[in-house]
Unconditional design. Structure first.
Length: 183
């Protein structure tokens, strides 16, 4: 149950969406399929090496009450190492889980990882662990991504409605017909 896989976060600046093409971008965003990713020349992505969770670990992860907590727990249990991680001094470095038999501690999470990384990679670990071996890969969008897309759509709709309200009508409105007076 502990087969390994690699993840590049969907927001990694090293990804080259133009070179990938729309179909490969869609596949990558929906599945996290490492093989469909294309990297910009001269760039190096941050690569997360993960494993599927064991049944007992999934029980612990699913006992959390919120998606954020569950993804964080999945990340802490399923992440094994990271290549090309940004260091505090501006360089790049590798990171390896201190004790593969124990979850990553809260202090280690806070010191080494960004919230977006934890949620993105945690979602991939959770999705792949839930489905198990031999099933199609799933990589559910974290709430933060869904919220961002929802906010963008809402803002665009608001701008469109505001623009329509401010523009003059396309046809001049005719005066309503006079009603005949009755005696």
């Amino acid at each position: 149950m502990s087969s390994g896989f690699k993840i590049i976060c969907r927001f990694d600046e090293a990804l080259d969406a133009e070179a990938m093409g729309p179909e490969a971008v869609r596949t990558f965003r929906e599945t996290g399929d490492f093989g469909s990713a294309k990297i910009r020349e001269g760039h190096e992505p941050v690569v997360f090496h993960c494993r599927r969770l064991k049944v007992s670990e999934m029980q612990s992860v699913t006992s959390h009450t919120t998606e954020v907590e569950a993804r964080t727990a999945a990340f802490a249990r399923g992440l094994m190492s990271v290549d090309g991680r940004y260091a505090d001094g501006g360089g790049r470095q590798s990171w390896t889980r201190p004790d593969p038999s124990r979850p990553i501690t809260s202090n280690e999470l806070d010191a080494c990882f960004d919230f977006a990384e934890v949620q993105e990679v945690g979602a991939a670990i959770y999705g792949r662990s839930l489905l198990g071996k031999g099933r199609p890969v799933a990589w559910p969008l974290p709430d933060t991504s869904r919220d961002a897309v929802g906010a963008l759509v809402s803002r665009l709709v608001g701008q469109t409605l505001a623009k329509a309200a401010m523009s003059p009508p396309s046809k001049p409105e005719a005066d309503p017909p006079a009603q005949p007076e009755h005696d």
